[in-house]
Design a protein around this ligand. Structure first.
Ligand SMILES: [Mn+2]
Length: 251
């Protein structure tokens, strides 16, 4: 019997062989999901769940069996699971829906949960003033890029993906401390959405790897932390309050 709460997390970066041990990280994620399942109605995973994911027509990356089994058991028990693609795992097709019953979102989503409007997104490229970054993200999303990459044998394509992911994880943007409210892309994006008429009260993002709650004009914006520098980092909505719960890995 599903509970009443809605949980949000992102940036598990499962499989990333840097920072914490990837198996230990997967166990932490699964144990968090198990405890959330006692009172969860829905779980929203806002991108970069896998450090690298690519679906070929007949092949998917190996690993993640405990995590995928947990998601499958959730949908069997009537708990809704939503996964947003992130910039590390944007190339999802139907596998996770067919095997685990999850709903995949490729774009930001505005949705109502318990009478409140939520704006949910991974966050890459949003609010960015860098044309280069936006061009790069749109190239990665393009059919051409996908077709070219799919033509590479998985043995090389997946190995290259893992190598790329390890190097890009250290990209400057996600490891910077808080830049100030006028220089944070996701705060800028939230303000732009609100000024454009978006009526969401809650905005939740991943991507930035910086757990943060930012309140302004009756709106609450939350950036979820990642799970290789945090022990746990998630937000929970109980039908009246939305709060971020984030514990550093080393207190
Ligand atoms: Mn990430």
């Amino acid at each position: 019997m599903p509970g009443r709460k809605t949980y949000f997390a992102s940036d598990f970066h499962l499989g990333l062989a840097a920072g914490t041990d990837p198996r230990e990280r997967e166990r932490r994620v699964v144990s968090w999901l198990d405890s959330a399942s006692h009172d969860a109605r829905s779980i929203y995973l806002l991108g970069d769940i896998f450090d690298f994911w690519w679906e070929y027509r007949e092949v998917v990356p190996k690993g993640f069996t405990r995590f995928l089994g947990t998601l499958a058991s959730f949908s069997d028990r009537g708990i809704d699971v939503h996964i947003f693609t992130g910039n590390h795992d944007m190339w999802m097709k139907g596998y996770l829906t067919d095997e685990c019953g999850v709903t995949i979102h490729y774009e930001p989503l505005i949705t109502e949960i318990d009478g409140e409007i939520f704006y949910l997104a991974h966050g890459e490229g949003l609010g960015s003033t860098s044309t280069g970054a936006r061009l790069l993200f749109s190239f990665f999303h393009s059919r051409t890029a996908r077709a070219l990459y799919s033509a590479i044998h998985p043995r090389y394509g997946v190995a290259f993906g893992h190598a790329w992911s390890r190097s890009s994880r250290l990209a400057k943007h996600v490891s910077l401390p808080f830049l100030g409210e006028d220089r944070e892309d996701l705060i800028r994006h939230t303000r732009t959405m609100a000024a454009g008429g978006c009526n969401a009260r809650y905005y939740i993002y991943g991507h930035r790897h910086l757990p943060l709650t930012f309140d302004e004009d009756g709106r609450r914006m939350i950036i979820l932390g990642d799970w290789f520098s945090c022990r746990t980092s998630y937000a929970v909505y109980d039908g009246s309050d939305l709060n971020l719960v984030s514990e550093p890995l080393v207190p």
